[in-house]
Design a protein. Structure first.
Length: 352
């Protein structure tokens, strides 16, 4: 069976590392890995292939940045060329990026079945481009791998139960696997120069980075806490901050880091502050309280027992969450048992 796996953004590299390891260990599967180039610089792309031991892409489309229409359109043109050449039995897409929707649409037009990993997520906020990508991809796919029972219920409500299956979350597989790697190599994955007690923050969504008021509110909250804030800064955010404010003294910008270093920073953080979907989950898996700078989340399971707190960009709410109590109850096992990649491979082989 030939599978074309399409990836293009940091979270997809992490998921593909786990799933591709299963594919490439099975003689019945021939995987063709396609990197769209949605994330393309050293810190947002190359480092992940090296440290996660992801196979080098068979095709690197080099699309780069642009408007949603430009980026998606260029990806579709180049993905179509690959699909016509490779004639796969399946296309596998991940998550909710422009790479996801471009891979799905290109495949469907060529009558190639699509399997969607991380299907069924809904924030119910259609102003988010990711929400549109999720919905459309789910409704044109042939097989849906849902990471949670909530995702399964969403798919059932949309009439997609017959092609949906609960796989668990491949990101949980990843955290289990790579935290072991980190613990077995404490010197290699060190965090020298990072304080013992700190908050870990990431902000990158357009609704925050493109709105100066939102960024100012977030930084105001940071400035009113005594905790150091370690802030790996996304290229989009770096372009905005210097033009609107001098950074508070307790906020320490660092370059984007690789997955393993980010995982180590999360493991050691006091709390996590983010607008990222992936980091909300990683914090939950690692038993770290997350403060989410959004008004909703597609990962509602993380809200259990206040492990994740939604604050939007209101400084008062952010500060209240920063200084609030850490939950006592352990995070609930909502994301499967850490064998999602195994189940994905098994299902694909069953229905070939």
């Amino acid at each position: 069976m030939k599978i074309v796996s399409i990836i293009g953004a940091r979270p997809q590299f992490i998921k593909a590392a786990i799933v591709s390891r299963q594919f490439r260990g099975n003689p019945e599967i021939h995987e063709v890995l396609v990197h769209t180039g949605q994330h393309y610089d050293e810190n947002m792309s190359e480092v992940f292939f090296r440290e996660l031991d992801i196979p080098r892409p068979d095709f690197n489309l080099g699309v780069g940045s642009g408007t949603h229409a430009y980026q998606t359109g260029m990806m579709m043109i180049k993905i179509e060329e690959v699909l016509i050449r490779e004639k796969p039995d399946w296309t596998l897409v991940y998550g909710d990026t422009n790479s996801t929707i471009a891979g799905s649409l290109s495949s469907v037009k060529l009558h190639i079945p699509v399997a969607h990993v991380e299907a069924g997520l809904r924030s119910f906020n259609r102003s988010m481009p990711e929400e549109i990508n999720r919905i459309v991809t789910d409704h044109i796919s042939n097989l849906l791998f849902a990471p949670t029972t909530t995702a399964i219920k969403n798919l059932e409500k949309e009439g997609l139960a017959n092609i949906a299956c609960f796989s668990g979350d491949v990101m949980y597989d990843s955290v289990l696997y790579y935290t072991t790697v980190i613990r077995n190599n404490p010197e290699k994955y060190n965090t020298n120069g990072i304080p013992d007690l700190y908050l870990l923050a990431t902000i990158h969504r357009a609704e925050n980075t493109d709105n100066p008021e939102n960024i100012l509110n977030i930084l105001e909250a940071f400035s009113n806490t005594d905790y150091p804030v370690i802030f790996p800064i996304h290229p989009r955010t770096r372009k905005v901050i210097p033009s609107i404010i001098d950074l508070p003294e307790n906020v320490h910008l660092i370059e984007p880091v690789g997955y393993l270093e980010m995982l180590k920073l999360t493991m050691n953080a006091h709390k996590v502050i983010t607008d990222s979907g992936g980091l909300q989950k990683e914090a939950y898996f690692l038993g770290k309280q997350c403060i989410t700078i959004r008004s909703e989340t597609e990962w509602i399971e993380t809200l259990n027992d206040n492990w994740n707190i939604l604050t939007d960009t209101q400084p008062g709410k952010i500060l209240e969450a920063i200084h609030g109590n850490i939950p006592v109850a352990p995070p609930k096992p909502e994301f499967g048992n850490g064998n999602a990649a195994v189940l994905i491979l098994k299902k694909l082989l069953e229905i070939r």
